[in-house]
Design a protein around this ligand. Sequence first.
Ligand code: 4AD
Ligand code: MG
Length: 435
Amino acid sequence: MEIINISDILLEKLEGKQITIRGWVYRHRLGGGGSMVFAVLRDATGIMQATVKKEKTDEQSFKHASDAYVESSVIASGTVKKDDRAPGGYEIAVEKFETVHRGEPFPVAKDLSEEFLLDIRHLWIRSQKLTRIMKIRSTLIQAIHEFFQKRGYTLFDPPLLTPNACEGKMTLFEVKYFDSKMYLSQSWQLYAEAAIFALGKIYDVAPTFRAEKSKTAKHLAEFWMAEMEAAWMELDELVQIAKDETKFLVERVLEKHEEDLKFLGRDVAKLNSQISKPFPTITYTEALKMLKEKEGMDVKWGEDLHATEEEKLMKHFDTPIVITNYPIEIMAFYKPHDPKDPKTALCFDMLAPEGYGEIVGGSQRSLDVEDIVKRIEKEGGSIKDYAWYLDLRKYGSVPHSGYGVGVERVLRWICGLDNIKDTIAFPRTMSRSYP
Ligand code: 4AD
Ligand code: MG
């Protein structure tokens, strides 16, 4: 008998057909005074009810079916039947049932506390919730490639061991490197700025590391950033691309995963409406004014917008928004002064609605070597380590810009998840490094 995916049984309505599925026991109970086994089986594509009747199977099949545990691996053959009570509307009337590995009673049923589920994450990733999120993640990352490939960008892979900081010394992970030390990458950016002189327009999706001391629902110590960098590009065009990309990513996920999103409890109509309207752009100064006028909140000009301020501000928007021109004093060394308003930088953040916070950060890049040197020194960096980066401003320098999308941040918003930890199979945070 042909081995078939559970999703194909539902899709192709294989009623009356003889099929075989290979998978794991998802649910299990005995019925009919011990003469029947009601099992729900799971494979990578879905779940399906299977009924095993003593009188319809051989002795060994029935024993295997009755003795199986939740998560025992099994092969079941039988006839597809319509059953309106079954999830998906079909079930298998089993004729042959083989337990490949019975194993031990699965531990998850005992305790569903968040910490316990993180301790047994290697098993919990089999859950319907995490399986669906991992599939959406796969679509999201594929969509990032599609978006940039279609626009003629080249995929560029940066080094992940770096001699210097890109986003400040405070969040660097130090790694022993032979007889000296290196850091895990906080962003591909500085290397991307070198590569655009060869490749013009580039992008990547890569692991990113930050020793974040904050235990929030938004921060991971290891996350994936999808970055882009382009020569001959200024802030306005950059912001437009970030908006287009964000819309495109959500659209692609909606096309393919409406049912998964509903399973996760996501309000799909709301998400759809959030991306069907234009995303507004405001300046940092305008954001402060809104906070003052609409929320009675006093933020001193020059101070960063933290989670509370961002949440209050986003109460007044039902789409993502872009905020530009943050105060130069609180910005990284590579962000240039805006010549029209030199107290501010030619930079932007994109915030997601519903309190999901910052999802994208980017800027035009400073070409003013003297200013860069001053600001690296102010951040406590050593110019020696950045000599190569300054070289990029000495040989045919061009205006250029780039941004980074937090893959897990976007995924959390799309899926409507309480915590960023569920967007990645094996989360790494200050308090979580196992398994
Ligand atoms: O705003 P960030 O720090 O920008 C940069 O690193 C730039 N060098 C990017 C560039 O211009 N190429 O980070 C970019 C995005 C943030 O908007 C956020 O979505 C995500 O990365 N991010 C995190 N995601 C999860 N956990 C963390 N600890 C994150 N820190 C940043
Ligand atoms: Mg940022």
